[in-house]
Design a protein around this ligand. Structure first.
Ligand SMILES: Nc1nc2c([nH]c(=O)n2[C@@H]2O[C@H](COP(=O)(O)OP(=O)(O)OP(=O)(O)O)[C@@H](O)[C@H]2O)c(=O)[nH]1
Ligand SMILES: [Mg+2]
Length: 132
């Protein structure tokens, strides 16, 4: 039985209509690819709590509110992930790569130029078709 992990993911959009991407460190699963910040939902934690905690830990943002965007289950050869993706347009503080990872605010039209994990393709498609 493969590992199946539940992940809280934030599509964070600022007032300039840019989306926050972070580059996964090379040694991690799907390393070197760009991702939407987020991480594993721990036991005894709701998805919203995990989202708030992870965005603070990874990119220093304080989420004020978020809304569900989409839910994706994807099987990688080595693990199964369930991405619980939320839109975050209401947040405070300035984005910083708290884990020495590269971060970038990217205009919607440039998302196609970034290399994402395979599971992310439907997310990018939905952003481009529904949010632009
Ligand atoms: N955060 C994030 N994870 C993604 C995305 N797309 C995707 O396939 N994943 C996968 O979902 C999993 C997320 O785990 P993670 O490494 O971010 O978890 P975490 O922050 O809790 O890390 P840690 O357990 O090393 O502390 C990874 O296997 C990653 O490859 C994405 O856009 N954002
Ligand atoms: Mg993470």
């Amino acid at each position: 039985m493969q590992k199946r992990i539940h992940v809280a993911v934030g599509v964070i959009i600022n007032q300039h209509q840019q989306i926050l991407l972070a580059k996964r460190h090379g040694h991690l699963h799907q390393g070197g690819k760009w991702e939407f910040p987020g991480g594993k939902v721990e036991e005894n934690e709701t998805v919203t709590e995990a989202l708030i905690r992870e965005l603070k830990e990874e990119v220093n943002l304080d989420v004020v509110s978020s809304s569900p965007f989409m839910d994706i289950s994807h099987n990688y050869p080595d693990k199964h992930v369930r991405l619980d993706i939320h839109l975050v347009t209401d947040f405070s503080n300035e984005a910083k790569g708290m884990e020495q990872q590269q971060i970038e605010w990217v205009p919607f039209s440039q998302l196609v130029d970034y290399d994402f994990p395979e599971a992310n393709k439907p997310i990018v498609d939905k952003i481009l078709s529904e949010l632009t």
